[in-house]
Ligand binder design. Structure first.
Ligand code: BG6
Length: 489
């Protein structure tokens, strides 16, 4: 009954930064998909706010133009766009002007929708100002939710500062911190795999698992984002949030319920159990790299230092590989390797669980073991590598064979994309896939000693050729434990 009610709930969704890249590249296309799939609750209004003066009509035309750049099957046809555009509105807003927030409030008060979602898709340095002004305008009442995009802070202190302001205006239950990796279908499936099946849980521990590898590899370089990226780097851009969130989903204890706080309590425990870095362990267990010119997908590409808006002497890392451990009974001694980079050999995001080999091998010549691969990109799926006899001569060595699960085929339906999922969840008030402030701060706390050690180390990142798998030191990091990255098999 609740579900039905939710479906007819009215909502107003406001995008601050309504003409920004994130809005037109990711958020509007995702909303359109939700609309097309009939998942967007009826009775919604979508309001974009930004600095430019534009009518609703002009904004709709502008967005229609932008949609031409959205990839094929996700692009609306004219008739679909017309129907979607009927939900779209635009207002000019100067974010420093209190009376503009008052005008926004008046617009929202015209009809007092059941839910008001305020999505801050602006540059993060505006977050505190916007939140304060929203509070002063009374736009923090119980029907309001605020969605915050990463990066949330630059380090622990700045993240705490933002969170303090957010907390002074909104309750934690009103704050939806986005990590879009949590919305990816495979990540939701990870929860289902672990806590909806009895099969894996008994094996999901140090006794059966040799090591875990999380790879978030991109073919793209920094493109036009040089100025932003150079002040950020791969550790802040991908490891502090996406990679660590994936790690928590793998390593967490089964939560007692499927409620947001039960899940987030368990994830926080994992973050608190991560082995802290020291200057010595950073030197030993963390590899940073920066791409040089090379070839990616058959195309010659420039090195990082030749990208637009990147300073010639930059020490910004475009690659990180690290080794860590989760220091608790379940995981003691099991290496977790995390790796991310731009301009790598493939767009490939996956989590590989390498099981231990059998304790007493009776078949000749095999040192292989079971492996579970949770694929996030380019396609989502699940692959379980088993060892099997091909048949034939007695005593033949075992060969690996894969049970390859393609969810698209299995469910024969359009999978819900990450932003679509997260926007729908924000509208429905479901916090499960959003990051709580204490998780986010703990992730910064863990990452900071790496940033500090790098500041002291003038040698800078190791060069790697675009189109490779990063510096050779990243392979050595894993080889030291007697393992290898999955593509090196
Ligand atoms: C973003 C990073 O959070 O994630 C980008 O800021 C990165 O640098 C992107 O390219 C990767 O996301 P996806 O979903 O394309 O793997």
């Amino acid at each position: 009954m609740n579900r039905n009610r939710a479906h007819f709930m009215s909502f107003d969704l406001v995008f601050f930064g309504g003409t920004g890249d994130l809005t037109w590249r990711k958020l509007m296309p995702a909303l359109f998909q939700a609309f097309r799939h009939g998942k967007l609750p009826a009775g919604g209004r979508i309001l974009a706010v930004a600095r430019d003066e534009m009518s609703d009509e002009r904004y709709r035309e502008w967005l229609k133009e932008r949609f031409r750049e959205v990839d094929g099957s996700k692009r609306p046809n004219d008739e679909e766009f017309e129907r979607f555009a009927a939900l779209l509105h635009y207002r000019r807003m100067d974010l420093s002007q209190p009376e503009h927030y008052q005008r926004l409030k008046d617009w929202l008060d015209e009809r007092s929708a059941d839910t008001v979602v305020l999505y801050l898709a602006t540059s993060p340095h505006l977050f505190t100002q916007i939140c304060q002004q929203l509070g002063e305008a009374g736009l923090n009442h119980e029907r309001v939710r605020v969605v915050l995009e990463k990066p949330l802070g630059h380090d622990l202190a700045s993240a705490q500062e933002i969170n303090a302001v957010v907390r002074s205006v909104f309750k934690e239950s009103q704050a939806f911190r986005i990590d879009h990796y949590l919305g990816k279908p495979s990540v939701q499936n990870l929860s289902a795999l672990r806590f909806g099946n009895a099969l894996f849980e008994p094996l999901w521990r140090r006794e059966s698992i040799a090591n875990i590898q999380i790879t978030l590899a991109e073919e793209l370089g920094v493109g036009t984002r040089g100025a932003f990226y150079d002040g950020t780097g791969a550790l802040r851009d991908m490891i502090q949030n996406h990679a660590l969130q994936l790690l928590t989903m793998i390593a967490m204890e089964p939560p007692s319920t499927n409620d947001a706080d039960a899940i987030r309590d368990e994830k926080l425990k994992v973050l608190r159990s991560l082995k802290p870095f020291t200057p010595e362990s950073v030197a030993r267990d963390v590899v940073r790299g920066q791409y040089r010119a090379g070839t990616v997908g058959g195309v010659a590409v420039p090195g990082y230092l030749d990208e637009a808006k990147v300073p010639a002497e930059s020490h910004c890392e475009t690659f990180v590989a690290l080794r860590t451990e989760v220091q608790n009974w379940r995981w003691a001694g099991v290496p977790f390797y995390l790796r991310t980079g731009k301009r790598l050999a493939a767009r490939d995001a996956q989590i590989v669980i390498n099981f231990r080999p059998v304790p007493h091998p009776i078949f000749p010549g095999t040192n292989q073991a079971n492996r579970l691969v949770i694929k996030l990109q380019p396609e989502d799926g699940l692959e379980l590598q088993l060892l099997a006899a091909k048949g034939g001569a007695h005593g033949e060595a075992l060969s690996p064979v894969s049970l390859d699960l393609d969810f698209d085929k299995a469910f024969a339906t359009n999978r819900v994309g990450a932003y679509e999922r997260l926007l729908l969840d924000a509208i429905a008030g479901r916090l499960n896939l959003f990051v709580r402030s204490d998780e986010q701060e703990q992730a910064w706390r863990w990452v900071e000693p790496i940033l500090d050690a790098w500041k002291q180390d003038s040698t800078g990142p190791r060069p790697y050729t675009a189109g490779s798998w990063g510096p050779a030191a990243a392979s050595a990091l894993v080889a030291r434990d007697g393992f290898h990255w999955s593509e090196e098999a």
